[in-house]
Design a protein around this ligand. Structure first.
Ligand SMILES: *Cc1c(COP(=O)(O)O)cnc(C)c1O
Ligand SMILES: [Zn+2]
Length: 413
């Protein structure tokens, strides 16, 4: 694979050949990053040729992905999700341009499809028979979907916190599901142990360096939408830290190719009860595990596995980190749906709740373009959304009763 220079440990700097290691640094256990030969890529990657590129999915950016091809990855449409220029929220919050990237429009309803697509392409290159993953749902849903029609078995370690629709997706796609009676971190450790013991291929974020590379395509799409410029601010929800570091990697790739002059500020939104990265950001980068508790299952993590990369993204981009409470997250679900027509899962709505706080704190300058990443679809967790909604009235099957109720709602006189 000529476009890749090497894999490099973010912690000790040790470099590896692409096939030398698959997961963490064997010297220090640090996370690995894929380094590219940008000189070589720059010869092929020409933005002026993109208007003729009819590949409207994430594979559009193959030159910047760490795989040879994606021919064997089942053809479900990943990426090229809509970007909405929302005027209603922008006006309310005094933002000059607000872009909403709806990642819920991916095949399994979350941004994780991008990461899994690259991991599965890599697994196919390696000829693996079993892929394992640990998650509260979304990451594993996307592996299960992408491997469903392949001769690969998918083993998932999930937790009792995982919303039922996410588990249903796993089962429908035919994954082997182990529901761990413990935290996401317990599930992660079990998955890691199984991978080490049986030589399985792990998709786990913050462990396998490839999913991060898939997630960066979301940043590429935002830049392409803006005529090959970056937004001023990019706001996203943070759990393990792979999404924010993947996005940042995408902007860095484009900067190294000479496409971007101005880089965005990365803004991390965490749940108040699961804020290890925000705490570390405010404490000189020292990561202390928390006892995570939040309704946003996708953000529920005691010890974030990609904290080092996430913190690097925040520091290099001169960004910041904010938290939102569970009450704010739940209230943001119907609000986002009614102002932007997007039903988001709690982690997705958390980003909107965070945006409001950012604006209220006066942290958004005039004339800025702000992009928020809504990471997952609301149908993946209807239980949480339902908590603050009133049940619909049940009426007797006669027109008079309908009229009476309709009147009480002010629908008719
Ligand atoms: C995974 C996920 C996140 C957070 O991503 P991390 O890489 O864990 O920080 C946010 N929102 C949704 C919907 C997700 O699925
Ligand atoms: Zn190392």
């Amino acid at each position: 694979m000529k476009k890749i220079l090497n894999l490099q440990c973010i912690n000790c700097g040790r470099e590896y050949k692409t096939n030398e290691v698959h997961f963490l640094c064997s010297s220090c256990g640090g996370n690995l990053e894929v380094n590219y030969d940008y000189k070589l890529i720059a010869k092929r990657f020409r933005v002026d040729e993109f208007c003729d590129n009819r590949n409207y999915d994430m594979w559009r950016y193959m030159d910047l992905l760490p795989i040879n091809d994606h021919e064997k990855v089942p053809n479900v449409h990943v990426g090229w999700t809509p970007v909405y220029d929302n005027k209603i929220i922008a006006k309310e919050l005094g933002i000059s341009k607000l872009l909403i990237k709806d990642e819920g429009r991916n095949p399994t309803g979350s941004i994780k499809d991008r990461g899994s697509a690259v991991a599965v392409a890599r697994a196919l290159e390696l000829g693996v028979k079993v892929i394992a993953d640990a998650s509260t749902g979304n990451a594993s849903d996307s592996v299960a979907c992408l491997t469903a029609s392949l001769p690969i078995r998918t083993v998932v370690f999930t937790t009792k916190d995982a919303p039922f629709p996410k588990i249903t997706q796993l089962l429908i796609y035919g994954a082997e599901v182990f529901t761990v009676d413990g935290s996401y971190d317990d599930a992660f450790e079990l998955c890691k142990k199984a991978v080490e013991e049986y030589g399985w291929y792990s998709r786990a974020a913050g462990f396998n360096p490839f999913p991060r590379e898939g997630k960066k395509t979301c940043a590429f799409e935002l830049c392409e939408y803006l005529g090959w410029e970056a937004p001023d601010k990019v706001v996203c929800a943070v759990g393990d830290g792979t999404v924010i570091s993947g996005l940042w990697k995408g902007f860095v790739d484009f900067q190294k190719l000479g496409i971007l002059e101005k880089m965005p500020q990365m803004i991390a939104i965490q749940a108040e009860g699961s804020a290890a990265i925000k705490n570390a950001f405010e404490n000189n980068g020292v990561v202390t595990p928390v006892k995570a508790k939040t309704v946003a299952d996708s953000l529920l993590v005691n010890y974030p596995r990609d904290a080092q990369f996430a913190l690097q993204a925040l520091q290099e981009s001169k960004g910041t980190a904010l938290t939102v409470t569970d009450a704010e997250i739940i209230a943001a679900i119907p609000e986002l749906a009614r102002k932007a027509n997007i039903f988001a899962e709690p982690a997705g709505a958390a980003v909107y709740a965070g945006l409001k706080k950012l604006a209220a704190a006066g942290l958004i300058e005039q004339d800025e373009t702000v992009a928020i990443i809504v990471g997952g679809n609301g149908l993946k967790d209807t239980f949480t959304a339902k908590q603050i909604l009133q049940k619909p009235d049940i009426i007797p099957a006669d027109f008079e009763s309908f009229k009476k109720t309709a009147k009480s709602k002010g629908l008719i006189k």
